[in-house]
Ligand binder design. Structure first.
Ligand SMILES: NC(=O)C1=CN([C@@H]2O[C@H](COP(=O)(O)OP(=O)(O)OC[C@H]3O[C@@H](n4cnc5c(N)ncnc54)[C@H](O)[C@@H]3O)[C@@H](O)[C@H]2O)C=CC1
Ligand SMILES: O=C(O)/C=C/C=C(\O)C(=O)O
Length: 487
Protein backbone atom coordinates (compact mmCIF):
# COMPACT_ATOMS: atom_id res chain seq x y z
CA UNK A 1 0.00 0.00 0.00
CA UNK A 2 1.34 3.42 -0.91
CA UNK A 3 1.64 5.89 1.94
CA UNK A 4 0.36 8.68 -0.27
CA UNK A 5 -3.15 7.47 -0.97
CA UNK A 6 -5.25 9.05 -3.62
CA UNK A 7 -8.17 6.68 -4.07
CA UNK A 8 -10.14 4.32 -1.92
CA UNK A 9 -9.29 1.52 -4.34
CA UNK A 10 -5.72 1.60 -3.03
CA UNK A 11 -6.84 0.54 0.43
CA UNK A 12 -9.99 -1.30 -0.49
CA UNK A 13 -12.38 0.49 1.87
CA UNK A 14 -15.90 -0.83 1.33
CA UNK A 15 -18.09 2.23 0.84
CA UNK A 16 -21.39 0.47 1.43
CA UNK A 17 -23.22 0.41 4.77
CA UNK A 18 -22.58 -2.36 7.28
CA UNK A 19 -25.97 -3.49 8.57
CA UNK A 20 -26.72 -6.74 10.39
CA UNK A 21 -23.37 -8.20 9.36
CA UNK A 22 -23.84 -7.53 5.66
CA UNK A 23 -22.68 -4.93 3.20
CA UNK A 24 -25.68 -3.02 1.83
CA UNK A 25 -25.60 -0.48 -0.99
CA UNK A 26 -27.91 2.54 -1.41
CA UNK A 27 -29.43 3.68 -4.64
CA UNK A 28 -27.58 6.98 -4.33
CA UNK A 29 -24.04 7.88 -3.36
CA UNK A 30 -22.09 10.97 -2.37
CA UNK A 31 -18.50 11.81 -3.25
CA UNK A 32 -15.79 11.80 -0.59
CA UNK A 33 -12.83 14.02 -1.43
CA UNK A 34 -9.47 14.37 0.25
CA UNK A 35 -8.69 17.75 1.80
CA UNK A 36 -5.04 17.22 0.87
CA UNK A 37 -5.40 17.62 -2.88
CA UNK A 38 -9.11 17.48 -3.63
CA UNK A 39 -8.68 13.97 -5.06
CA UNK A 40 -11.78 11.78 -5.08
CA UNK A 41 -11.47 9.06 -2.43
CA UNK A 42 -14.69 7.28 -3.27
CA UNK A 43 -18.40 7.22 -3.93
CA UNK A 44 -20.06 6.49 -0.61
CA UNK A 45 -23.47 4.90 -0.05
CA UNK A 46 -25.91 7.67 0.82
CA UNK A 47 -28.34 6.30 3.36
CA UNK A 48 -31.89 7.50 3.88
CA UNK A 49 -34.67 6.74 6.36
CA UNK A 50 -34.88 3.26 4.83
CA UNK A 51 -31.29 2.33 5.77
CA UNK A 52 -31.76 4.00 9.16
CA UNK A 53 -34.74 1.75 9.85
CA UNK A 54 -32.84 -1.34 8.66
CA UNK A 55 -29.83 -0.53 10.85
CA UNK A 56 -31.93 0.13 13.97
CA UNK A 57 -33.89 -3.08 13.29
CA UNK A 58 -30.61 -5.02 13.05
CA UNK A 59 -29.36 -3.45 16.28
CA UNK A 60 -32.67 -4.23 18.01
CA UNK A 61 -32.60 -7.85 16.85
CA UNK A 62 -29.01 -8.36 18.02
CA UNK A 63 -29.56 -6.67 21.39
CA UNK A 64 -30.99 -9.50 23.57
CA UNK A 65 -28.16 -11.95 22.82
CA UNK A 66 -25.41 -9.36 23.18
CA UNK A 67 -26.92 -7.99 26.40
CA UNK A 68 -27.01 -11.53 27.78
CA UNK A 69 -23.40 -12.24 26.78
CA UNK A 70 -21.32 -12.51 29.96
CA UNK A 71 -19.25 -9.44 30.76
CA UNK A 72 -15.98 -11.35 30.46
CA UNK A 73 -16.87 -12.51 26.95
CA UNK A 74 -17.88 -9.01 25.85
CA UNK A 75 -14.58 -7.74 27.23
CA UNK A 76 -12.65 -10.48 25.41
CA UNK A 77 -14.21 -9.51 22.08
CA UNK A 78 -13.50 -5.82 22.63
CA UNK A 79 -9.85 -6.65 23.32
CA UNK A 80 -9.86 -8.63 20.06
CA UNK A 81 -11.17 -5.51 18.27
CA UNK A 82 -8.26 -3.56 19.81
CA UNK A 83 -5.86 -6.23 18.54
CA UNK A 84 -7.35 -5.81 15.05
CA UNK A 85 -6.95 -2.03 15.22
CA UNK A 86 -3.31 -2.46 16.21
CA UNK A 87 -2.68 -4.94 13.39
CA UNK A 88 -4.12 -2.51 10.83
CA UNK A 89 -2.81 0.64 12.47
CA UNK A 90 -0.75 1.83 9.48
CA UNK A 91 -3.67 1.40 7.12
CA UNK A 92 -6.11 3.16 9.48
CA UNK A 93 -3.65 6.04 9.95
CA UNK A 94 -3.11 6.46 6.20
CA UNK A 95 -6.82 6.32 5.38
CA UNK A 96 -7.73 8.78 8.14
CA UNK A 97 -5.08 11.23 6.94
CA UNK A 98 -6.30 10.95 3.35
CA UNK A 99 -9.87 11.51 4.51
CA UNK A 100 -9.56 14.35 7.05
CA UNK A 101 -6.13 15.82 6.35
CA UNK A 102 -4.79 15.56 9.92
CA UNK A 103 -1.12 14.66 10.37
CA UNK A 104 -0.12 11.12 9.48
CA UNK A 105 2.49 11.07 12.24
CA UNK A 106 -0.19 11.98 14.82
CA UNK A 107 -2.50 9.27 13.50
CA UNK A 108 0.28 6.69 13.62
CA UNK A 109 1.76 7.49 16.96
CA UNK A 110 -1.04 9.16 18.90
CA UNK A 111 -4.55 8.79 17.54
CA UNK A 112 -4.75 5.18 16.34
CA UNK A 113 -3.07 3.79 19.47
CA UNK A 114 -5.73 5.73 21.38
CA UNK A 115 -8.43 4.06 19.25
CA UNK A 116 -7.17 0.63 20.35
CA UNK A 117 -6.86 1.89 23.93
CA UNK A 118 -10.51 3.03 23.88
CA UNK A 119 -11.58 -0.61 23.40
CA UNK A 120 -9.15 -2.00 25.96
CA UNK A 121 -9.96 0.64 28.55
CA UNK A 122 -13.75 0.25 28.48
CA UNK A 123 -13.48 -3.56 28.31
CA UNK A 124 -11.39 -3.50 31.49
CA UNK A 125 -13.53 -0.85 33.20
CA UNK A 126 -16.62 -2.97 32.58
CA UNK A 127 -15.05 -5.73 34.64
CA UNK A 128 -14.40 -3.28 37.49
CA UNK A 129 -17.98 -1.96 37.59
CA UNK A 130 -19.37 -3.13 40.90
CA UNK A 131 -22.84 -4.38 41.61
CA UNK A 132 -23.31 -2.34 44.71
CA UNK A 133 -25.32 -3.90 47.56
CA UNK A 134 -26.43 -2.13 50.73
CA UNK A 135 -28.89 -2.60 53.53
CA UNK A 136 -32.07 -0.62 54.37
CA UNK A 137 -33.63 -1.83 57.61
CA UNK A 138 -32.86 -5.47 56.81
CA UNK A 139 -33.75 -5.16 53.12
CA UNK A 140 -31.03 -5.66 50.53
CA UNK A 141 -30.60 -3.01 47.84
CA UNK A 142 -28.89 -4.36 44.74
CA UNK A 143 -27.81 -1.79 42.13
CA UNK A 144 -27.17 -3.22 38.68
CA UNK A 145 -25.95 -1.75 35.38
CA UNK A 146 -28.41 -3.03 32.80
CA UNK A 147 -27.76 -2.50 29.07
CA UNK A 148 -30.14 0.09 27.62
CA UNK A 149 -30.70 -1.13 24.04
CA UNK A 150 -29.81 0.15 20.55
CA UNK A 151 -27.67 3.30 20.65
CA UNK A 152 -27.24 5.82 17.84
CA UNK A 153 -23.85 7.48 17.70
CA UNK A 154 -23.34 10.54 15.49
CA UNK A 155 -19.77 11.70 15.12
CA UNK A 156 -17.78 14.55 13.53
CA UNK A 157 -14.90 14.83 11.07
CA UNK A 158 -12.13 16.38 13.13
CA UNK A 159 -11.02 13.14 14.86
CA UNK A 160 -13.28 10.59 13.18
CA UNK A 161 -12.27 7.18 14.52
CA UNK A 162 -10.99 8.43 17.86
CA UNK A 163 -14.25 10.17 18.74
CA UNK A 164 -16.40 7.35 17.32
CA UNK A 165 -14.64 4.60 19.29
CA UNK A 166 -14.81 6.71 22.42
CA UNK A 167 -18.55 6.14 22.18
CA UNK A 168 -18.65 2.70 20.53
CA UNK A 169 -16.42 1.00 23.10
CA UNK A 170 -18.39 1.85 26.26
CA UNK A 171 -21.73 1.38 24.48
CA UNK A 172 -20.77 -2.15 23.40
CA UNK A 173 -19.05 -2.97 26.69
CA UNK A 174 -22.26 -2.05 28.51
CA UNK A 175 -24.11 -4.67 26.46
CA UNK A 176 -25.79 -2.33 24.01
CA UNK A 177 -25.89 -2.54 20.25
CA UNK A 178 -24.82 0.37 18.09
CA UNK A 179 -25.64 2.23 14.90
CA UNK A 180 -22.79 4.60 14.05
CA UNK A 181 -23.15 7.39 11.51
CA UNK A 182 -19.78 8.99 10.84
CA UNK A 183 -19.54 12.49 9.36
CA UNK A 184 -20.10 12.61 5.61
CA UNK A 185 -16.74 14.35 5.09
CA UNK A 186 -14.85 11.47 6.76
CA UNK A 187 -16.68 8.14 6.44
CA UNK A 188 -13.80 5.79 5.64
CA UNK A 189 -12.19 4.55 8.85
CA UNK A 190 -15.59 3.70 10.36
CA UNK A 191 -16.08 1.25 7.52
CA UNK A 192 -12.68 -0.31 8.18
CA UNK A 193 -13.61 -0.61 11.84
CA UNK A 194 -16.74 -2.57 10.89
CA UNK A 195 -14.50 -5.10 9.12
CA UNK A 196 -12.12 -5.25 12.06
CA UNK A 197 -14.96 -5.81 14.54
CA UNK A 198 -16.42 -8.52 12.34
CA UNK A 199 -13.02 -10.23 12.17
CA UNK A 200 -12.72 -10.00 15.95
CA UNK A 201 -15.92 -12.01 16.38
CA UNK A 202 -18.40 -9.27 17.23
CA UNK A 203 -21.77 -10.85 16.37
CA UNK A 204 -23.73 -9.55 13.37
CA UNK A 205 -25.94 -6.56 14.15
CA UNK A 206 -24.08 -5.55 17.32
CA UNK A 207 -22.19 -2.80 15.47
CA UNK A 208 -23.81 -1.26 12.40
CA UNK A 209 -22.23 1.54 10.35
CA UNK A 210 -24.27 3.69 7.99
CA UNK A 211 -23.19 6.66 5.91
CA UNK A 212 -24.97 9.70 4.59
CA UNK A 213 -26.00 13.24 5.33
CA UNK A 214 -26.98 14.41 8.77
CA UNK A 215 -30.22 15.93 7.53
CA UNK A 216 -31.25 12.62 5.93
CA UNK A 217 -30.12 9.41 7.61
CA UNK A 218 -28.79 11.27 10.67
CA UNK A 219 -32.19 12.81 11.33
CA UNK A 220 -34.00 9.50 10.71
CA UNK A 221 -31.77 7.69 13.20
CA UNK A 222 -32.18 10.25 15.97
CA UNK A 223 -35.97 10.33 15.50
CA UNK A 224 -36.34 6.53 15.58
CA UNK A 225 -38.60 5.24 18.39
CA UNK A 226 -36.55 2.07 19.04
CA UNK A 227 -33.36 3.94 19.86
CA UNK A 228 -32.55 3.98 23.57
CA UNK A 229 -29.56 6.33 23.62
CA UNK A 230 -28.16 9.03 21.31
CA UNK A 231 -24.61 10.24 21.71
CA UNK A 232 -23.45 13.15 19.57
CA UNK A 233 -20.23 15.09 19.13
CA UNK A 234 -20.37 18.16 16.91
CA UNK A 235 -21.78 21.65 16.65
CA UNK A 236 -24.37 23.42 18.80
CA UNK A 237 -26.92 24.02 15.99
CA UNK A 238 -26.87 20.32 15.08
CA UNK A 239 -27.18 19.40 18.76
CA UNK A 240 -30.36 21.47 18.92
CA UNK A 241 -31.81 19.64 15.92
CA UNK A 242 -30.90 16.26 17.41
CA UNK A 243 -32.34 17.22 20.79
CA UNK A 244 -35.62 18.14 19.16
CA UNK A 245 -35.72 14.81 17.24
CA UNK A 246 -34.94 12.95 20.45
CA UNK A 247 -37.65 14.83 22.35
CA UNK A 248 -40.43 12.98 20.53
CA UNK A 249 -39.45 9.71 22.25
CA UNK A 250 -37.61 11.22 25.24
CA UNK A 251 -34.47 9.41 24.09
CA UNK A 252 -31.62 10.17 26.52
CA UNK A 253 -28.86 12.27 24.98
CA UNK A 254 -25.16 12.81 25.53
CA UNK A 255 -23.84 15.93 23.79
CA UNK A 256 -20.16 16.81 23.39
CA UNK A 257 -20.15 20.19 21.68
CA UNK A 258 -17.83 22.98 20.79
CA UNK A 259 -15.75 25.37 22.78
CA UNK A 260 -14.09 28.75 22.87
CA UNK A 261 -11.62 27.90 25.56
CA UNK A 262 -9.24 30.39 27.16
CA UNK A 263 -5.50 30.18 27.81
CA UNK A 264 -4.76 32.48 30.74
CA UNK A 265 -1.15 33.65 30.89
CA UNK A 266 -0.21 35.38 34.14
CA UNK A 267 2.88 37.56 34.50
CA UNK A 268 4.41 35.01 36.88
CA UNK A 269 4.19 32.21 34.27
CA UNK A 270 7.10 30.57 32.49
CA UNK A 271 6.60 32.55 29.28
CA UNK A 272 8.41 30.00 27.12
CA UNK A 273 6.03 27.32 28.34
CA UNK A 274 3.04 29.63 27.83
CA UNK A 275 4.13 30.39 24.26
CA UNK A 276 4.59 26.65 23.60
CA UNK A 277 1.09 25.99 24.92
CA UNK A 278 -0.35 28.77 22.76
CA UNK A 279 1.28 27.52 19.55
CA UNK A 280 -0.02 24.00 20.31
CA UNK A 281 -3.53 25.36 19.70
CA UNK A 282 -2.87 25.23 15.95
CA UNK A 283 -2.77 21.40 16.13
CA UNK A 284 -5.07 19.67 13.67
CA UNK A 285 -5.30 23.02 11.85
CA UNK A 286 -7.29 24.33 14.81
CA UNK A 287 -10.06 21.77 14.35
CA UNK A 288 -10.15 20.63 17.97
CA UNK A 289 -13.08 21.30 20.25
CA UNK A 290 -10.74 21.68 23.23
CA UNK A 291 -8.47 24.24 21.58
CA UNK A 292 -7.67 27.26 23.73
CA UNK A 293 -8.44 29.75 20.99
CA UNK A 294 -8.67 32.79 23.26
CA UNK A 295 -5.29 33.80 24.65
CA UNK A 296 -5.66 36.08 27.67
CA UNK A 297 -2.36 37.62 28.77
CA UNK A 298 -1.53 39.83 31.74
CA UNK A 299 -0.85 43.27 30.27
CA UNK A 300 2.67 43.65 31.71
CA UNK A 301 3.97 40.60 29.81
CA UNK A 302 1.82 40.83 26.69
CA UNK A 303 4.54 42.24 24.47
CA UNK A 304 7.14 39.69 25.53
CA UNK A 305 4.67 36.82 25.31
CA UNK A 306 3.65 37.90 21.80
CA UNK A 307 7.28 38.04 20.71
CA UNK A 308 7.92 34.49 21.96
CA UNK A 309 4.67 33.27 20.41
CA UNK A 310 5.38 34.73 16.99
CA UNK A 311 8.96 33.33 17.02
CA UNK A 312 7.53 29.86 17.54
CA UNK A 313 4.65 30.27 15.10
CA UNK A 314 7.10 31.34 12.38
CA UNK A 315 8.83 27.97 12.72
CA UNK A 316 5.64 25.94 12.11
CA UNK A 317 5.65 24.08 8.82
CA UNK A 318 2.37 24.02 6.98
CA UNK A 319 2.07 21.45 4.23
CA UNK A 320 1.27 17.91 3.22
CA UNK A 321 0.05 16.07 6.34
CA UNK A 322 1.73 12.88 5.12
CA UNK A 323 5.18 14.41 5.55
CA UNK A 324 6.88 13.81 8.90
CA UNK A 325 8.06 17.41 9.15
CA UNK A 326 4.64 19.02 8.66
CA UNK A 327 3.06 20.68 11.70
CA UNK A 328 -0.19 21.99 10.22
CA UNK A 329 -2.19 20.30 7.48
CA UNK A 330 -5.13 21.48 5.41
CA UNK A 331 -8.59 22.29 6.71
CA UNK A 332 -11.24 19.69 6.16
CA UNK A 333 -13.33 21.17 3.34
CA UNK A 334 -13.65 24.16 1.03
CA UNK A 335 -16.85 25.15 2.87
CA UNK A 336 -15.08 25.09 6.24
CA UNK A 337 -12.25 27.22 4.81
CA UNK A 338 -14.78 29.79 3.60
CA UNK A 339 -16.39 29.78 7.03
CA UNK A 340 -13.01 30.36 8.73
CA UNK A 341 -12.10 33.17 6.36
CA UNK A 342 -15.52 34.77 6.84
CA UNK A 343 -14.89 34.98 10.61
CA UNK A 344 -11.42 36.47 10.10
CA UNK A 345 -12.39 39.03 7.45
CA UNK A 346 -15.37 40.22 9.51
CA UNK A 347 -13.09 40.59 12.55
CA UNK A 348 -10.51 42.57 10.54
CA UNK A 349 -13.26 44.78 9.13
CA UNK A 350 -14.44 45.41 12.70
CA UNK A 351 -10.99 46.68 13.72
CA UNK A 352 -9.00 43.58 14.70
CA UNK A 353 -5.28 43.50 13.83
CA UNK A 354 -3.59 40.38 12.47
CA UNK A 355 -0.36 39.81 14.41
CA UNK A 356 0.25 36.87 12.08
CA UNK A 357 -1.85 35.40 9.25
CA UNK A 358 -5.31 36.76 8.64
CA UNK A 359 -5.69 35.22 5.20
CA UNK A 360 -6.04 31.98 3.27
CA UNK A 361 -3.05 29.99 2.17
CA UNK A 362 -2.80 27.97 -1.00
CA UNK A 363 -5.32 25.24 -1.74
CA UNK A 364 -7.23 24.20 1.33
CA UNK A 365 -4.84 25.74 3.85
CA UNK A 366 -5.43 28.67 6.15
CA UNK A 367 -2.50 30.76 7.40
CA UNK A 368 -2.03 30.33 11.18
CA UNK A 369 -3.59 33.49 12.53
CA UNK A 370 -3.41 35.56 15.70
CA UNK A 371 -5.81 38.49 15.97
CA UNK A 372 -5.56 41.22 18.56
CA UNK A 373 -7.54 44.42 19.27
CA UNK A 374 -10.69 42.30 19.56
CA UNK A 375 -13.63 43.19 21.79
CA UNK A 376 -14.95 40.66 24.30
CA UNK A 377 -18.43 40.79 22.77
CA UNK A 378 -17.20 40.50 19.16
CA UNK A 379 -18.09 37.54 16.98
CA UNK A 380 -14.45 36.38 16.72
CA UNK A 381 -14.19 36.13 20.53
CA UNK A 382 -17.60 34.59 21.06
CA UNK A 383 -18.01 32.05 18.23
CA UNK A 384 -16.19 28.79 17.55
CA UNK A 385 -14.13 29.20 14.34
CA UNK A 386 -12.70 25.66 14.12
CA UNK A 387 -9.63 26.71 12.17
CA UNK A 388 -6.08 27.90 12.96
CA UNK A 389 -7.30 31.22 14.34
CA UNK A 390 -6.48 32.53 17.82
CA UNK A 391 -7.30 35.84 19.48
CA UNK A 392 -5.24 37.73 22.05
CA UNK A 393 -6.68 39.95 24.77
CA UNK A 394 -5.01 41.43 27.82
CA UNK A 395 -6.08 41.70 31.47
CA UNK A 396 -4.78 43.59 34.47
CA UNK A 397 -5.74 41.36 37.40
CA UNK A 398 -7.19 37.97 38.36
CA UNK A 399 -10.76 39.22 38.47
CA UNK A 400 -10.60 40.54 34.94
CA UNK A 401 -8.85 37.38 33.73
CA UNK A 402 -11.62 35.19 35.15
CA UNK A 403 -14.35 37.48 33.83
CA UNK A 404 -12.94 37.33 30.30
CA UNK A 405 -12.28 33.57 30.54
CA UNK A 406 -15.85 32.83 31.60
CA UNK A 407 -17.37 35.40 29.27
CA UNK A 408 -18.68 33.18 26.47
CA UNK A 409 -21.60 30.76 26.23
CA UNK A 410 -19.16 27.80 26.20
CA UNK A 411 -17.45 25.93 29.02
CA UNK A 412 -15.45 23.05 27.63
CA UNK A 413 -11.88 23.63 28.80
CA UNK A 414 -9.44 26.21 30.12
CA UNK A 415 -5.67 26.36 30.49
CA UNK A 416 -3.86 28.43 33.11
CA UNK A 417 -0.18 29.34 32.89
CA UNK A 418 1.16 30.59 36.21
CA UNK A 419 4.14 30.03 38.48
CA UNK A 420 2.07 30.61 41.62
CA UNK A 421 0.34 27.54 43.07
CA UNK A 422 -2.02 29.66 45.17
CA UNK A 423 -3.12 31.62 42.14
CA UNK A 424 -3.62 28.39 40.18
CA UNK A 425 -5.93 27.12 42.92
CA UNK A 426 -7.90 30.38 43.21
CA UNK A 427 -8.34 30.86 39.47
CA UNK A 428 -9.20 27.27 38.55
CA UNK A 429 -11.88 27.21 41.26
CA UNK A 430 -13.61 30.13 39.53
CA UNK A 431 -13.41 28.88 35.94
CA UNK A 432 -16.46 27.41 34.24
CA UNK A 433 -15.02 24.47 32.28
CA UNK A 434 -15.26 20.69 32.09
CA UNK A 435 -11.47 20.36 32.04
CA UNK A 436 -8.88 22.77 33.41
CA UNK A 437 -5.17 22.33 32.72
CA UNK A 438 -2.52 24.13 34.75
CA UNK A 439 0.81 24.65 32.96
CA UNK A 440 -0.03 21.90 30.50
CA UNK A 441 -2.48 21.13 27.71
CA UNK A 442 -4.20 18.04 26.30
CA UNK A 443 -3.09 15.66 29.03
CA UNK A 444 -5.96 13.24 28.61
CA UNK A 445 -6.99 10.13 30.52
CA UNK A 446 -10.12 8.02 29.97
CA UNK A 447 -10.44 7.74 33.75
CA UNK A 448 -11.31 11.45 33.86
CA UNK A 449 -14.78 12.87 33.16
CA UNK A 450 -14.81 14.63 29.79
CA UNK A 451 -17.42 17.09 28.62
CA UNK A 452 -18.50 20.66 28.87
CA UNK A 453 -20.68 23.10 30.74
CA UNK A 454 -23.16 25.55 29.25
CA UNK A 455 -23.35 25.21 25.42
CA UNK A 456 -20.32 22.90 25.38
CA UNK A 457 -22.45 19.91 26.15
CA UNK A 458 -24.68 17.76 28.25
CA UNK A 459 -23.24 14.91 30.27
CA UNK A 460 -19.75 13.52 30.63
CA UNK A 461 -17.86 10.71 28.89
CA UNK A 462 -15.09 8.52 30.34
CA UNK A 463 -14.85 5.62 32.80
CA UNK A 464 -17.96 5.21 34.98
CA UNK A 465 -19.54 8.36 33.49
CA UNK A 466 -19.83 6.59 30.12
CA UNK A 467 -21.44 3.53 31.70
CA UNK A 468 -23.78 5.78 33.63
CA UNK A 469 -25.07 7.07 30.29
CA UNK A 470 -25.14 3.79 28.35
CA UNK A 471 -26.78 1.73 31.13
CA UNK A 472 -30.20 1.64 32.72
CA UNK A 473 -29.31 1.62 36.38
CA UNK A 474 -31.62 -0.59 38.38
CA UNK A 475 -32.05 -0.84 42.14
CA UNK A 476 -33.63 -4.10 43.34
CA UNK A 477 -34.82 -4.04 46.96
CA UNK A 478 -35.34 -7.50 48.47
CA UNK A 479 -37.04 -8.08 51.80
CA UNK A 480 -35.58 -10.75 54.08
CA UNK A 481 -37.05 -14.02 52.88
CA UNK A 482 -39.93 -14.99 55.16
CA UNK A 483 -39.71 -11.63 56.96
CA UNK A 484 -42.77 -9.44 57.66
CA UNK A 485 -41.01 -6.11 58.21
CA UNK A 486 -42.77 -3.49 56.02
CA UNK A 487 -41.09 -0.52 57.75
N1 LIG B 1 -16.13 18.18 18.18
C1 LIG B 1 -16.63 19.34 17.96
O1 LIG B 1 -16.80 20.09 18.85
C2 LIG B 1 -16.99 19.72 16.58
C3 LIG B 1 -17.47 20.97 16.33
N2 LIG B 1 -17.80 21.31 15.08
C4 LIG B 1 -18.29 22.67 14.88
O2 LIG B 1 -19.35 22.62 14.00
C5 LIG B 1 -19.15 23.45 12.88
C6 LIG B 1 -19.84 22.89 11.68
O3 LIG B 1 -19.36 21.61 11.35
P1 LIG B 1 -20.37 20.51 10.79
O4 LIG B 1 -19.68 19.51 9.99
O5 LIG B 1 -21.50 21.22 10.13
O6 LIG B 1 -20.78 19.81 12.14
P2 LIG B 1 -22.12 19.07 12.49
O7 LIG B 1 -22.33 19.24 13.93
O8 LIG B 1 -23.23 19.50 11.59
O9 LIG B 1 -21.78 17.55 12.10
C7 LIG B 1 -21.48 16.56 13.01
C8 LIG B 1 -22.26 15.30 12.70
O10 LIG B 1 -23.65 15.54 12.84
C9 LIG B 1 -24.36 14.99 11.72
N3 LIG B 1 -25.61 15.72 11.56
C10 LIG B 1 -25.80 16.92 10.98
N4 LIG B 1 -27.11 17.27 11.04
C11 LIG B 1 -27.76 16.27 11.67
C12 LIG B 1 -29.12 16.04 12.04
N5 LIG B 1 -30.08 16.94 11.78
N6 LIG B 1 -29.42 14.90 12.68
C13 LIG B 1 -28.47 14.00 12.97
N7 LIG B 1 -27.18 14.15 12.64
C14 LIG B 1 -26.81 15.28 12.00
C15 LIG B 1 -23.38 15.15 10.60
O11 LIG B 1 -23.73 14.31 9.52
C16 LIG B 1 -22.09 14.74 11.29
O12 LIG B 1 -22.01 13.33 11.36
C17 LIG B 1 -17.64 23.56 12.81
O13 LIG B 1 -17.23 24.69 12.15
C18 LIG B 1 -17.27 23.58 14.25
O14 LIG B 1 -17.41 24.87 14.76
C19 LIG B 1 -17.69 20.44 14.05
C20 LIG B 1 -17.20 19.18 14.24
C21 LIG B 1 -16.78 18.75 15.54
O1 LIG C 1 -8.75 13.74 22.00
C1 LIG C 1 -9.48 14.02 22.98
O2 LIG C 1 -9.28 13.55 24.10
C2 LIG C 1 -10.62 14.88 22.78
C3 LIG C 1 -10.86 15.39 21.60
C4 LIG C 1 -12.05 16.08 21.36
C5 LIG C 1 -12.26 16.73 20.24
O3 LIG C 1 -11.26 17.06 19.42
C6 LIG C 1 -13.57 17.11 19.75
O4 LIG C 1 -14.59 16.64 20.25
O5 LIG C 1 -13.60 17.90 18.83
Amino acid sequence: MSEHLTTVAEVAVDTRHWIGGERIASTETFTDVSPIDGGVLGEIARGTAMEAAAAVAAAKAAFPAWAATPRAERARILHAVADGVERRLEELAAVETADNGALLRSHRRGVMPRVAHNFRFFADWLLRLGHEDFDTRGHTNHVSWDPAGPCVLITPWNAPLMLATWKIAPALAAGNTVVLKPAEWTPLTASLLADIADGAGLPAGVLNVVQGYGSEIGHALTAHPDVRRISFTGSVPTARRIASSAAAHLTPLSLELGGKSPLLVFADADLDLAADLAVEQYDNAGQVCLAATRILVEETVAEEFTRRFTDRAARLRQGDPRDETTDIGPNIHRRQLEKIDGFVQRALAAGARAVIGGHRGEGQYYAPTLLTDVAQDSEIVQEEVFGPVLTLQTFTDEDEAVRLANGTRFGLAATVATGDAGRAERVTARLVAGTVWVNCFFVRDLKAPFGGSRHSGVGREGATWSFDFYCDLKNTVTAPMGGKDRG
